[in-house]
Design a protein around this ligand. Structure first.
Ligand code: CUA
Length: 337
């Protein structure tokens, strides 16, 4: 009896220590609330049982150790049916409970409800791009979500496996080339967060992040209207418009994640700096525009000194339209006169 009391008291104390420390980020989604519940449901059971067993073992070693000079055998015993039933039934019940609770939560977290907002996510080394099909195919390199609505993400990768994760929102999903994966997130808190890539995907993996903002529904609608106009307003026109578009492409294609370019305010260090492409083109014996275009579409043709092949993705020739590439070339060679 005393043994059991010691075990249970220790289990409660150790569990309290574990629970009272805020290990997890403050939840910002319904899914994270459920994940946190499953996490603690399983963890408290594990910590409780572990502490109970260790306390009983340590107490037994201390209380029932053989006295000096005592060379006698212990009394012969032949098992204890009641005890064996107890230590079989209790773990079975606990493991089944963990399984059932997890299955319920996984099914709830996969349910996008009746009227989800769909956001397409394009991942490529080393940037995230977002598209809102029901909002006129609005494109953004910032993820802006309305509070309290189910958001269903459809994920595509242009190159290797990435993984989408917003720590405060719990849900985590691999982005696999050739497969469209899905995940549901329902934000419950306004504010700014960070979407991170959580699958090692190359040299720029640690820079593959995107800003996330959760807005109240009215503010989100306003953002959609305003951002839609901005994106639409830059189309067509002369050189000025092309340069403006180029800045947009530079931002949404994630060029700044790897390249330093003063007009874009980027300071990436993975690829060569782009502030003097004219000099690099001269060194390569090419026209700046031709040099830049080749470097985007077929980057391993002529590598900048000191940079390795295979780091710059070879997918931009497909993932960007020819107008976008034109705009990007104009933007990067602008003012090189
Ligand atoms: Cu993309 Cu790591």
């Amino acid at each position: 009896m005393r043994l059991l009391t010691i075990g249970i008291v220790t289990a409660i104390l150790v569990t309290l220590v574990a629970v009272l420390i805020p290990w997890l980020p403050t939840s910002a989604s319904e899914e994270m609330d459920r994940i946190t519940f499953v996490y603690w449901f399983a963890t408290i059971i594990c910590i409780g049982i572990f502490a109970l067993v260790v306390a009983v073992v340590l107490y037994s070693v201390w209380a029932f150790r053989a006295q000096p000079e005592d060379d006698t055998d212990g009394p012969p015993i032949h098992g204890h049916t009641g005890l064996e039933i107890v230590w079989t039934v209790i773990p079975a019940v606990l493991v089944i409970a963990i399984g059932v609770v997890s299955a319920v939560v996984m099914s709830q977290n996969a349910d996008a409800g009746r009227d989800p907002l769909t956001v397409k996510v394009f991942a490529q080394q080393f940037a995230w791009r977002f598209q809102y099909p029901a909002q006129g195919d609005l494109r953004s390199n910032e993820l802006v979500l309305p509070l309290g609505r189910n958001v269903r993400f459809e994920l595509e990768s242009a190159d290797v496996i990435h993984s989408l994760w917003i720590p405060e929102m719990g849900q985590k999903q691999d982005v696999v080339p050739g497969v469209q994966t899905k995940i549901v997130i329902t934000p419950t808190r306004t504010g700014r967060f960070t979407l991170v890539c959580t699958e090692l995907c190359g040299l720029g993996h640690s820079t593959m992040r995107a800003p996330v903002r959760v807005l109240r529904p009215a503010a989100w609608e306003a953002w959609v209207r305003e951002h839609g106009q901005q994106a639409g307003g830059g189309q067509g026109g002369g050189n000025g418009a092309a340069a403006a578009d180029g800045a947009e492409v530079f931002a949404t294609a994630g060029c700044g994640g790897c390249h330093a370019f003063a007009p874009a305010g980027s300071d990436g260090q993975i690829g060569p700096g782009l502030d003097d492409v004219a000099a690099s083109a001269r060194a390569a014996g090419q026209e700046p525009a031709e040099y830049v275009r080749t470097s985007i579409v077929d980057p391993d043709t002529r590598l900048a000194p000191g940079y390795a092949a295979g780091v710059m993705p070879k997918t931009f020739g497909e993932s960007l339209t020819s107008q976008e590439i034109d705009a990007l070339v104009a933007y990067l060679t602008d003012g090189e006169g």
